[in-house]
Design a binder for this molecule. Structure first.
Ligand code: IVH
Length: 545
C-alpha cells in the first residue's frame, strides 16, 4: 500500500473513532489503540509533508500566533435569549407563544441545558470547516478559526453526506468541571494565574492569539443550532440537531422534547436536581418552540427570539465582605485560615464561612480583612473564595497574620518545612502549612484525633459521634485515645445523649473493638502521612504489634 492510501485509511479510521467517542459517546477502541493509529499517521505525514491537509486529525495542535483577530460579519445575527427566573415567567412565555400563533392548540418545545461558556459560529463549506467566529456584538465577531480547529470534538470535516454547500453551525464552547480543575491545578503549579470559573477559563482559552495555547486547554463544543444554511436541513429544531449529530456534531445528551410548558417545567426541575452531578456547569435550561414554521411565525422582538427563552438557575457566585479571618486547628495540628463572611445566599444556601486552605492561598488571592470577594459554591463542595474585588477595597483593610500561638491551646505555632530527598541529598523549604505543636495537649487536635481513632475505617467504635467526643474531652474524661479504655459506666451515664442503655452500648462497643487488625490500629493512631494503604504496608512488613 502506498503512503498516500495508508494516510487516507488512517484519517478515515481516526475520524470514525472520534465520532464514536465524542458524538455517540460509545468509544470503540481503547485509548492506546487510538494513540497507535494517531502516531502512525503523524509519522507518515512527517515523511510526506506534501500530503498533510488541514482536515487531518493531526492538525489540532495550533499554529503561528496572530498579531490580532480579524473581524467576521455574521450573515445571520447571533442573538441572545430572554430570561425566566420564576415558574410564572415561564408560564407567561408559554401563553405568549400560544397567543402569537395563528393555529390554536398545544405547542411542542425542545429542552436543552444552557451551557455556561461562550457562543461560537462554525462555518462549513462543502463539509469542510473553513471558519470559526465569536459572537461579538451579535453582528460582528472575531475570527478564531485557528483556535476552534484545536477543540477536539469540533469536526474538521463533516461525516456522511447530503450536507448543504454552506452550513453554519452554532453552539457553545465550554470547559468541563474536571477540565477546569485540572487546568487550574496546572496553572497554580506553574505559578500562573488561575481562573475564577469554567466560563472565564473557556473564554480566556479560546480568545488566545496563540492557538498553541488554546490547543493545550481542555475545551469542548456543544452544538445548539444553525445560522446561515444554503438549504433547509429539517423542519423542527430537534430534527435539525439530530441531522447535525449524524454529520458528526456533538449535541447535548440532555436534549429532550416537551409537549407543552408543564413538561418544560418538569425538565427544569429534573435538570436542577442533577445540576451538581453534570460534568459541566450550566446556568439554566433553554426552551425553544420545536416547529421551525412556528418559529418563523413568531419571529423576533428586538434582539431576542419570541420562540425561545432561558430559564435560569440560582447563581453560584455572589459578592460579599470578609468580616474576619479566623484560624481552625485540625487533627494533625494544621492551623487553617477560614474567612468569616457577611452572610450571603449562594445558589439558595446561606454562606457565612469559606475555607482559605492555607497562607499561600491568602497570598495568591491578595486577601485582606474587609475586602469584598467573589464567593463560589459549586455543587456540594465547601464554599470557596475565588477572587478579591480590588476596586472595592476599603481604607483600612487589614492584612491577615498567622497567629504565633494556637488559638485553642496557646502552644506555639510553627511553619512546616518541606523536606525533599533526592540522590541522597536533603533540601528543605518553607511549607504553606502552619502547625500547632501542642499535639494531644491541644483540645482541638485531641478531639479530632479521637474522632479519627473511633471512626468506622479505624477502630470502628459505634456510639461515639463528634458531639459525644467533644463532651468527653470538655468534661476532662479523656485526654488521649487510651483513656477510652478506662471509661466507666458512672462517668458517662447522664452526659448529654447518654442514658443507661446507650452508655452500656458504648462500653460494649469499646470492649468489642479491642482486637482490631494491626493495619487498622496503625491507621487509627493517626500518624501524619500514614493513611489506610500505608498502614497496611506497615502492618504486613512488621507482622505484629
Ligand atoms: S440558543 C436565538 N441554546 O446563551 C437563540 N443558547 O443568552 C440563541 N447558550 O449567546 C441561542 N446554551 O451563548 C441557545 N442550548 C442553548 C444554549 C445557549 C447556552 C448561550 C449562548 C447564547 C446565550 C443567550
Amino acid at each position: 500500500m502506498t503512503a498516500e492510501s495508508r494516510i487516507h485509511e488512517l484519517r478515515h479510521e481516526l475520524d470514525q473513532h472520534n465520532y464514536r467517542y465524542y458524538v455517540l459517546d460509545e468509544p470503540s477502541v481503547p485509548d492506546a489503540e487510538y494513540d497507535r493509529l494517531f502516531n502512525e499517521l503523524k509519522a507518515l505525514e512527517a515523511e510526506n509533508p506534501h500530503l498533510v491537509t488541514p482536515d487531518s486529525p493531526t492538525q489540532r495542535v495550533g499554529g503561528q500566533a496572530l498579531a490580532a483577530f480579524s473581524q467576521v460579519r455574521h450573515e445571520v445575527p447571533m442573538l441572545s435569549l430572554g430570561n425566566a427566573f420564576e415558574e410564572a415567567d415561564l408560564r407567561e412565555f408559554g401563553r405568549r407563544v400560544v397567543d402569537g400563533l395563528d393555529q390554536p392548540g398545544a405547542v411542542d418545545f425542545s429542552c436543552e441545558p444552557k451551557l455556561d461558556g461562550l457562543a461560537v459560529s462554525l462555518l462549513y463549506r462543502d463539509g469542510q470547516l473553513v471558519q470559526g467566529a465569536t459572537r461579538g456584538d451579535g453582528t460582528t465577531g472575531e475570527d478564531i478559526s485557528a483556535n476552534v480547529r484545536t477543540v477536539r470534538n469540533i469536526p474538521l470535516k463533516l461525516q456522511g453526506e447530503g450536507w448543504p454547500a454552506v452550513l453554519e453551525v452554532r453552539g457553545e464552547v465550554y470547559m468541563s468541571k474536571a477540565g477546569f480543575d485540572r487546568l487550574n491545578a496546572a496553572q497554580a503549579e506553574a505559578g500562573a494565574k488561575t481562573f475564577a470559573n469554567p466560563r472565564n477559563a473557556a473564554a480566556g482559552s479560546l480568545r488566545q492569539l496563540d492557538s498553541k495555547i488554546t490547543a493545550s486547554r481542555p475545551l469542548e463544543f456543544c452544538c445548539y443550532g444553525v445560522g446561515q444554511v444554503s438549504e433547509s436541513i429539517g423542519d423542527s429544531h430537534i430534527g435539525v440537531l439530530e441531522q447535525l449529530k449524524a454529520w458528526g456534531m456533538p449535541i447535548s445528551r440532555e436534549l429532550k422534547h416537551a409537549a407543552g410548558i408543564e413538561e418544560c417545567l418538569a425538565y427544569y426541575r429534573d435538570i436542577g436536581e442533577r445540576r451538581n452531578n453534570l460534568p459541566y456547569e450550566i446556568d439554566g435550561v433553554v426552551f425553544k418552540v420545536n416547529s421551525l414554521a412556528s418559529q418563523r411565525e413568531l419571529g423576533f422582538r428586538a434582539r431576542e427570539p419570541r420562540w425561545a427563552i432561558a430559564h435560569k438557575f440560582p447563581a453560584m457566585e455572589e459578592l460579599t465582605e470578609v468580616l474576619d479571618v479566623e484560624f481552625q486547628v485540625g487533627r494533625t495540628g494544621a492551623v487553617t485560615p477560614v474567612a468569616r463572611l457577611k452572610p450571603v445566599k449562594v445558589a439558595g444556601v446561606t454562606v457565612s464561612n469559606a475555607t482559605l486552605h492555607n497562607m499561600d492561598e491568602i497570598a495568591r488571592l491578595g486577601l485582606r480583612i474587609g475586602d469584598t470577594v467573589i464567593i463560589r459554591r459549586a455543587g456540594d463542595v465547601i464554599p470557596q473564595v475565588m477572587q478579591v474585588v480590588l476596586e472595592r477595597r476599603p481604607e483600612g483593610a487589614r492584612p491577615v497574620a498567622v497567629p504565633s500561638e494556637c488559638p485553642v491551646c496557646g502552644s506555639q505555632v510553627e511553619r512546616t518545612q518541606l523536606v525533599k530527598r533526592s540522590k541522597g541529598k536533603e533540601t528543605t523549604s518553607e511549607g504553606a502549612v502552619y502547625r500547632c505543636v501542642g499535639r494531644l495537649a491541644c483540645g482541638a487536635q485531641l478531639k479530632q484525633a479521637i474522632i479519627h481513632y473511633v471512626s468506622r475505617r479505624a477502630m470502628d467504635i459505634d456510639g461515639l459521634g463528634e458531639k459525644s467526643v467533644e463532651q468527653l474531652v470538655d468534661e476532662g474524661l479523656i485526654g488521649s485515645p487510651a483513656d477510652l479504655y478506662k471509661l466507666e459506666f458512672e462517668q458517662i451515664v447522664g452526659l448529654e445523649g447518654f442514658a443507661e442503655v446507650s452508655s452500656r452500648k458504648l462500653l460494649d462497643a469499646i470492649e468489642a473493638s479491642k482486637r482490631p487488625s494491626l493495619a487498622r490500629f496503625i491507621y487509627a493512631l493517626g500518624i501524619p502521612d500514614v493513611g489506610e494503604e500505608t498502614a497496611k504496608v506497615l502492618a504486613r512488613s512488621l507482622g505484629s504489634l
